[in-house]
Design a protein. Sequence first.
Length: 320
Amino acid sequence: MITPGLKGWILDKLRFIPSLAMLRAFEAFGRLGSTRKAAQAIGIDHAVVSRHLHALEGELGTALVERKSGHDWLTPEGRDYHAQISVALTQLADATDNYRRREQGKLIIWCAAGIATSWLVPRLPDFREQYPEIDLDFRPSDRRVDFSTNEADSEIRYLLDSEIPGPNDQLRTTSLSRPDIFPVASPAYRDSIADRFRRVEDILSFPLLHMESTDYWRAWLGARGIAITSEDIPGQRMWNASLMLNAARHGQGIGIGNRFFVREWLDSGELVRLDPADEPQGPLALGGYHLIARETRWSSGALSRFRQWLHKQIALAPID
Protein backbone atom coordinates (compact mmCIF):
# COMPACT_ATOMS: atom_id res chain seq x y z
CA MET A 1 0.00 0.00 0.00
CA ILE A 2 1.34 3.45 -0.92
CA THR A 3 1.39 5.82 2.06
CA PRO A 4 0.57 9.53 1.61
CA GLY A 5 4.25 10.39 2.21
CA LEU A 6 5.47 7.90 -0.38
CA LYS A 7 2.80 9.02 -2.84
CA GLY A 8 3.96 12.62 -2.46
CA TRP A 9 7.58 11.59 -3.00
CA ILE A 10 6.66 9.66 -6.16
CA LEU A 11 4.61 12.53 -7.55
CA ASP A 12 7.46 14.92 -6.80
CA LYS A 13 9.87 12.67 -8.72
CA LEU A 14 7.48 12.31 -11.65
CA ARG A 15 7.40 16.08 -12.11
CA PHE A 16 11.06 15.98 -13.16
CA ILE A 17 10.67 13.24 -15.77
CA PRO A 18 10.65 14.68 -19.31
CA SER A 19 7.74 13.84 -21.57
CA LEU A 20 7.74 10.44 -23.25
CA ALA A 21 7.63 12.15 -26.65
CA MET A 22 10.93 13.91 -25.92
CA LEU A 23 12.54 10.73 -24.64
CA ARG A 24 11.38 8.66 -27.62
CA ALA A 25 12.73 11.23 -30.06
CA PHE A 26 16.09 11.42 -28.26
CA GLU A 27 16.40 7.65 -27.96
CA ALA A 28 15.70 7.17 -31.69
CA PHE A 29 18.11 9.97 -32.63
CA GLY A 30 20.91 8.57 -30.49
CA ARG A 31 20.38 5.09 -31.86
CA LEU A 32 20.09 6.09 -35.54
CA GLY A 33 22.31 9.19 -35.62
CA SER A 34 19.95 11.33 -37.70
CA THR A 35 16.85 13.42 -37.07
CA ARG A 36 15.34 12.22 -40.34
CA LYS A 37 15.93 8.56 -39.57
CA ALA A 38 14.60 9.08 -36.05
CA ALA A 39 11.50 10.77 -37.46
CA GLN A 40 10.87 7.87 -39.83
CA ALA A 41 11.36 5.33 -37.03
CA ILE A 42 8.78 6.88 -34.71
CA GLY A 43 6.43 8.24 -37.35
CA ILE A 44 6.70 12.01 -36.89
CA ASP A 45 8.16 14.94 -38.86
CA HIS A 46 11.92 15.51 -38.55
CA ALA A 47 11.29 19.13 -37.48
CA VAL A 48 9.32 17.78 -34.52
CA VAL A 49 12.26 15.56 -33.58
CA SER A 50 14.54 18.61 -33.59
CA ARG A 51 12.12 20.54 -31.37
CA HIS A 52 11.95 17.61 -28.93
CA LEU A 53 15.74 17.47 -28.75
CA HIS A 54 16.02 21.20 -28.01
CA ALA A 55 13.23 21.00 -25.43
CA LEU A 56 14.90 18.05 -23.69
CA GLU A 57 18.20 19.91 -23.50
CA GLY A 58 16.34 22.87 -22.01
CA GLU A 59 14.75 20.70 -19.32
CA LEU A 60 18.05 19.02 -18.41
CA GLY A 61 20.08 22.22 -18.64
CA THR A 62 22.87 20.61 -20.65
CA ALA A 63 23.79 20.00 -24.28
CA LEU A 64 23.01 16.51 -25.48
CA VAL A 65 23.75 17.03 -29.17
CA GLU A 66 26.74 18.59 -30.95
CA ARG A 67 25.54 20.48 -34.02
CA LYS A 68 28.51 21.10 -36.34
CA SER A 69 28.85 21.31 -40.14
CA GLY A 70 25.45 19.85 -40.73
CA HIS A 71 26.24 16.73 -38.68
CA ASP A 72 24.65 16.10 -35.31
CA TRP A 73 26.42 13.93 -32.76
CA LEU A 74 25.79 13.10 -29.13
CA THR A 75 27.92 14.91 -26.58
CA PRO A 76 29.58 12.84 -23.83
CA GLU A 77 26.67 13.82 -21.57
CA GLY A 78 24.27 12.85 -24.34
CA ARG A 79 25.84 9.42 -24.73
CA ASP A 80 25.64 8.78 -21.00
CA TYR A 81 22.00 9.90 -20.78
CA HIS A 82 21.09 7.92 -23.90
CA ALA A 83 22.53 4.71 -22.46
CA GLN A 84 20.44 5.09 -19.31
CA ILE A 85 17.11 6.01 -20.86
CA SER A 86 17.46 3.32 -23.54
CA VAL A 87 17.35 0.67 -20.81
CA ALA A 88 14.24 2.21 -19.25
CA LEU A 89 12.42 2.63 -22.57
CA THR A 90 13.27 -0.94 -23.57
CA GLN A 91 11.76 -2.20 -20.31
CA LEU A 92 8.61 -0.15 -20.93
CA ALA A 93 8.38 -1.51 -24.47
CA ASP A 94 8.90 -5.09 -23.32
CA ALA A 95 6.29 -4.76 -20.59
CA THR A 96 3.78 -3.30 -23.03
CA ASP A 97 4.55 -5.99 -25.60
CA ASN A 98 4.06 -8.71 -23.00
CA TYR A 99 0.58 -7.42 -22.20
CA ARG A 100 -0.28 -6.91 -25.85
CA ARG A 101 0.76 -10.48 -26.67
CA ARG A 102 -1.30 -11.83 -23.80
CA GLU A 103 -4.39 -9.98 -24.99
CA GLN A 104 -3.78 -11.33 -28.48
CA GLY A 105 -3.63 -14.94 -27.30
CA LYS A 106 -0.50 -15.46 -25.20
CA LEU A 107 -1.27 -17.57 -22.14
CA ILE A 108 1.26 -18.36 -19.41
CA ILE A 109 0.25 -21.19 -17.06
CA TRP A 110 2.26 -22.61 -14.17
CA CYS A 111 1.34 -25.94 -12.61
CA ALA A 112 2.45 -28.10 -9.70
CA ALA A 113 4.98 -30.56 -11.10
CA GLY A 114 3.12 -33.70 -9.99
CA ILE A 115 -0.22 -32.95 -11.62
CA ALA A 116 1.56 -31.45 -14.62
CA THR A 117 3.48 -34.63 -15.40
CA SER A 118 0.86 -37.26 -14.65
CA TRP A 119 -2.36 -35.55 -15.71
CA LEU A 120 -2.14 -32.25 -17.58
CA VAL A 121 0.76 -32.66 -20.03
CA PRO A 122 -0.77 -35.69 -21.83
CA ARG A 123 -3.93 -33.61 -22.45
CA LEU A 124 -2.32 -30.41 -23.70
CA PRO A 125 -2.26 -31.52 -27.38
CA ASP A 126 -6.06 -31.53 -27.26
CA PHE A 127 -6.10 -27.92 -26.06
CA ARG A 128 -3.65 -26.83 -28.76
CA GLU A 129 -5.72 -28.60 -31.40
CA GLN A 130 -8.92 -26.88 -30.28
CA TYR A 131 -7.33 -23.45 -29.82
CA PRO A 132 -4.41 -23.13 -32.25
CA GLU A 133 -4.64 -19.34 -32.03
CA ILE A 134 -3.59 -19.40 -28.35
CA ASP A 135 0.15 -19.44 -27.71
CA LEU A 136 0.29 -21.57 -24.56
CA ASP A 137 3.44 -21.17 -22.47
CA PHE A 138 3.28 -23.98 -19.90
CA ARG A 139 5.68 -24.36 -16.97
CA PRO A 140 5.63 -27.19 -14.42
CA SER A 141 6.93 -25.71 -11.16
CA ASP A 142 6.78 -26.35 -7.43
CA ARG A 143 7.23 -22.61 -6.82
CA ARG A 144 4.15 -20.43 -6.45
CA VAL A 145 3.49 -17.72 -9.00
CA ASP A 146 4.19 -14.13 -7.94
CA PHE A 147 1.03 -12.56 -9.34
CA SER A 148 2.11 -9.09 -8.20
CA THR A 149 4.76 -9.07 -10.95
CA ASN A 150 2.52 -10.69 -13.62
CA GLU A 151 4.84 -13.69 -13.66
CA ALA A 152 2.08 -15.82 -15.15
CA ASP A 153 -1.58 -15.57 -16.09
CA SER A 154 -2.64 -18.47 -13.91
CA GLU A 155 -1.45 -21.46 -11.92
CA ILE A 156 -2.81 -24.88 -10.98
CA ARG A 157 -1.93 -25.76 -7.41
CA TYR A 158 -3.00 -27.93 -4.48
CA LEU A 159 -4.14 -25.69 -1.65
CA LEU A 160 -5.24 -26.55 1.84
CA ASP A 161 -8.59 -24.98 2.68
CA SER A 162 -6.76 -22.48 4.89
CA GLU A 163 -4.61 -21.39 1.91
CA ILE A 164 -7.42 -20.50 -0.49
CA PRO A 165 -7.14 -16.77 -1.36
CA GLY A 166 -9.62 -14.43 0.27
CA PRO A 167 -11.53 -11.49 -1.27
CA ASN A 168 -8.76 -9.03 -0.36
CA ASP A 169 -6.07 -10.96 -2.27
CA GLN A 170 -7.30 -9.74 -5.68
CA LEU A 171 -7.25 -13.35 -6.91
CA ARG A 172 -9.93 -15.69 -8.22
CA THR A 173 -9.95 -19.47 -7.88
CA THR A 174 -11.99 -22.34 -9.18
CA SER A 175 -11.93 -25.79 -7.58
CA LEU A 176 -10.82 -28.67 -9.79
CA SER A 177 -10.76 -31.58 -7.34
CA ARG A 178 -10.78 -32.44 -3.62
CA PRO A 179 -8.94 -35.77 -3.32
CA ASP A 180 -8.68 -37.79 -0.13
CA ILE A 181 -5.51 -37.16 1.93
CA PHE A 182 -3.90 -39.74 4.26
CA PRO A 183 -0.61 -41.01 5.76
CA VAL A 184 1.53 -43.35 3.66
CA ALA A 185 4.59 -45.49 4.27
CA SER A 186 6.52 -48.32 2.68
CA PRO A 187 5.08 -51.81 3.32
CA ALA A 188 8.17 -52.74 5.34
CA TYR A 189 7.88 -49.65 7.52
CA ARG A 190 4.16 -50.29 8.09
CA ASP A 191 4.92 -53.83 9.20
CA SER A 192 7.67 -52.65 11.55
CA ILE A 193 5.31 -50.37 13.51
CA ALA A 194 2.08 -52.37 13.23
CA ASP A 195 1.98 -53.39 16.90
CA ARG A 196 2.66 -49.80 18.07
CA PHE A 197 0.27 -47.93 15.82
CA ARG A 198 -3.10 -48.60 17.43
CA ARG A 199 -4.69 -45.12 17.73
CA VAL A 200 -4.38 -41.91 15.72
CA GLU A 201 -2.27 -40.12 18.33
CA ASP A 202 0.28 -42.96 18.22
CA ILE A 203 1.48 -41.58 14.89
CA LEU A 204 3.34 -38.87 16.80
CA SER A 205 5.67 -41.55 18.14
CA PHE A 206 7.17 -42.02 14.68
CA PRO A 207 9.19 -39.76 12.37
CA LEU A 208 6.82 -37.84 10.16
CA LEU A 209 8.02 -36.53 6.82
CA HIS A 210 7.13 -32.98 5.84
CA MET A 211 7.26 -30.84 2.74
CA GLU A 212 8.36 -27.23 3.11
CA SER A 213 6.18 -26.76 6.19
CA THR A 214 4.33 -28.87 8.74
CA ASP A 215 0.96 -27.46 7.63
CA TYR A 216 -0.30 -30.66 6.01
CA TRP A 217 0.35 -32.79 9.06
CA ARG A 218 -1.15 -30.17 11.39
CA ALA A 219 -4.27 -29.99 9.22
CA TRP A 220 -4.63 -33.80 9.12
CA LEU A 221 -4.07 -34.21 12.85
CA GLY A 222 -6.45 -31.33 13.62
CA ALA A 223 -9.17 -32.92 11.48
CA ARG A 224 -8.64 -36.15 13.44
CA GLY A 225 -9.13 -34.29 16.73
CA ILE A 226 -5.49 -33.68 17.66
CA ALA A 227 -4.63 -29.97 18.03
CA ILE A 228 -0.91 -29.47 17.75
CA THR A 229 1.66 -26.76 17.04
CA SER A 230 4.37 -27.12 14.41
CA GLU A 231 7.06 -27.27 17.11
CA ASP A 232 5.47 -30.43 18.53
CA ILE A 233 5.55 -32.42 15.28
CA PRO A 234 8.52 -34.78 14.90
CA GLY A 235 10.30 -35.49 11.64
CA GLN A 236 12.29 -33.81 8.93
CA ARG A 237 11.41 -31.39 6.14
CA MET A 238 12.02 -32.60 2.60
CA TRP A 239 10.96 -29.29 0.92
CA ASN A 240 8.73 -30.73 -1.79
CA ALA A 241 6.17 -33.50 -2.17
CA SER A 242 8.24 -35.73 -4.45
CA LEU A 243 11.20 -35.83 -2.08
CA MET A 244 8.94 -36.38 0.90
CA LEU A 245 7.12 -39.32 -0.69
CA ASN A 246 10.34 -40.83 -2.02
CA ALA A 247 11.71 -40.76 1.52
CA ALA A 248 8.58 -42.60 2.65
CA ARG A 249 9.08 -45.18 -0.14
CA HIS A 250 12.56 -45.85 1.24
CA GLY A 251 11.32 -46.45 4.77
CA GLN A 252 12.56 -43.20 6.30
CA GLY A 253 9.27 -42.36 8.02
CA ILE A 254 5.61 -41.61 7.38
CA GLY A 255 4.63 -39.30 4.57
CA ILE A 256 1.33 -37.64 3.81
CA GLY A 257 -0.25 -37.29 0.39
CA ASN A 258 -3.49 -36.97 -1.48
CA ARG A 259 -4.88 -39.93 -3.38
CA PHE A 260 -4.21 -38.43 -6.80
CA PHE A 261 -0.55 -37.77 -6.12
CA VAL A 262 0.28 -41.17 -4.57
CA ARG A 263 -2.05 -43.36 -6.67
CA GLU A 264 0.70 -44.72 -8.93
CA TRP A 265 2.86 -45.78 -5.97
CA LEU A 266 -0.16 -47.27 -4.20
CA ASP A 267 -0.98 -49.28 -7.31
CA SER A 268 2.61 -50.54 -7.59
CA GLY A 269 2.76 -51.45 -3.89
CA GLU A 270 5.70 -49.16 -3.16
CA LEU A 271 3.54 -47.19 -0.74
CA VAL A 272 0.59 -48.25 1.38
CA ARG A 273 -2.05 -46.27 3.19
CA LEU A 274 -1.36 -46.18 6.91
CA ASP A 275 -4.31 -46.44 9.32
CA PRO A 276 -4.23 -47.14 13.06
CA ALA A 277 -5.23 -50.74 13.78
CA ASP A 278 -7.93 -49.85 16.31
CA GLU A 279 -9.33 -46.78 14.50
CA PRO A 280 -9.75 -47.27 10.75
CA GLN A 281 -10.07 -43.86 9.10
CA GLY A 282 -12.58 -42.78 6.46
CA PRO A 283 -11.94 -40.40 3.55
CA LEU A 284 -10.76 -36.91 4.46
CA ALA A 285 -10.34 -33.95 2.11
CA LEU A 286 -8.39 -31.05 3.58
CA GLY A 287 -8.07 -29.02 0.40
CA GLY A 288 -7.86 -29.52 -3.32
CA TYR A 289 -6.48 -28.57 -6.69
CA HIS A 290 -7.41 -25.09 -7.84
CA LEU A 291 -6.93 -22.88 -10.86
CA ILE A 292 -5.80 -19.49 -9.57
CA ALA A 293 -5.49 -16.17 -11.41
CA ARG A 294 -5.56 -12.44 -10.83
CA GLU A 295 -9.03 -10.94 -10.70
CA THR A 296 -8.12 -8.65 -13.59
CA ARG A 297 -7.12 -11.58 -15.84
CA TRP A 298 -9.93 -13.97 -14.94
CA SER A 299 -12.26 -13.12 -17.81
CA SER A 300 -9.62 -12.58 -20.50
CA GLY A 301 -10.39 -14.53 -23.66
CA ALA A 302 -7.47 -16.96 -23.61
CA LEU A 303 -7.71 -17.75 -19.90
CA SER A 304 -11.48 -18.12 -20.05
CA ARG A 305 -11.17 -20.67 -22.86
CA PHE A 306 -8.44 -22.56 -20.99
CA ARG A 307 -10.60 -22.66 -17.84
CA GLN A 308 -13.60 -24.04 -19.71
CA TRP A 309 -11.44 -26.62 -21.48
CA LEU A 310 -9.90 -27.67 -18.15
CA HIS A 311 -13.27 -28.32 -16.52
CA LYS A 312 -14.34 -30.42 -19.51
CA GLN A 313 -11.18 -32.52 -19.20
CA ILE A 314 -11.80 -33.05 -15.49
CA ALA A 315 -15.35 -34.21 -16.23
CA LEU A 316 -13.87 -36.84 -18.56
CA ALA A 317 -11.00 -37.87 -16.28
CA PRO A 318 -11.41 -36.60 -12.69
CA ILE A 319 -8.39 -35.65 -10.62
CA ASP A 320 -8.89 -37.93 -7.61
